[in-house]
Design a protein around this ligand. Structure first.
Ligand code: URA
Length: 231
């Protein structure tokens, strides 16, 4: 199994119950991301700082998630000479946050790719049936099928919402879809891989697993509440 350079080798890869050593899983091991994820986890981090950290981490992770954008050569007249220089070529990007926590990741990502369009998808997990998701809102760019799509959510827990969002976006004809989260649980990674083996997952940390309430442990708690100060 190939392990890409982005995969942190010391983050419990190879747990017995889940095979996390998948080339489609990228754990961003950059020290700035790791440091900021630690600050995010701290229960004493308030909503303002939490929002700022989510935005900063998202910007750094977007840098990794866009590493494979194709380039083309152009000629640029500098004040001195003509430079053969690179610009991004080809398809454009769309970010699709899963409401509500995924919203917090959009500003940071947009700071790097201001021309991207943003779709929104609102999904909640059915409390009576943890395996099913209910969609309450969906507004996607009209040309999303011509764009490379990066779905954002702070937590990849069971994977139910992520799988629903990917399915919905694939139905539009979009075929380049990545999923970017800050903290992932092995259960969610495995579910997403099984449902959509082609979708690359970018995360800042791979945690131990889910507790009985389906929260990621150790995790960050309820990301939406911490982001918006609702608890
Ligand atoms: N959603 C959250 O906000 N936190 C978790 O731990 C899992 C899902």
């Amino acid at each position: 199994m190939k392990i890409t350079a982005d995969i942190t080798k010391n983050q419990n890869i190879g747990r017995k119950e889940y095979n996390m050593a998948n080339e489609k899983l990228h754990i961003c091991n950059h020290p700035l991301v790791q440091h900021k994820v630690s600050l995010l986890r701290d229960k004493n981090t308030g909503a303002k700082e939490f929002r700022e950290l989510v935005s900063e981490i998202s910007m750094l992770m977007c840098y990794e998630a866009t590493r494979d954008l194709p380039l083309k050569k152009v000629q640029i007249q500098t004040p001195i000479a003509i430079a053969e220089s690179n610009v991004i070529s080809g398809r454009k990007l769309a970010f699709v946050p899963i409401l509500r926590a995924g919203l917090g990741m959009v500003d940071g990502a947009m700071a790097l790719v201001p021309a991207a369009k943003v779709g929104h998808i609102g999904i909640y997990r059915d409390k009576a049936n943890s395996n099913s998701a209910a969609e309450y809102y969906c507004k996607l760019p009209f040309d999303i099928n011509e764009r490379d799509v990066i779905i954002t959510d702070i937590m990849l827990a069971t994977g139910v919402s992520a799988i629903h969002a990917i399915k919905k976006i694939k139905e539009t004809g979009a075929h380049s879809i990545k999923f970017m989260c800050i903290v992932a649980a092995p259960e969610g990674v495995e579910a997403l891989h099984n449902a959509f083996p082609d979708v690359e997952i970018y995360c800042g940390a791979l945690d131990d697993g889910l507790n009985e309430d389906l929260y990621i442990t150790p995790g960050v708690g309820d990301a939406g509440d911490r982001l918006f100060g609702t608890k």
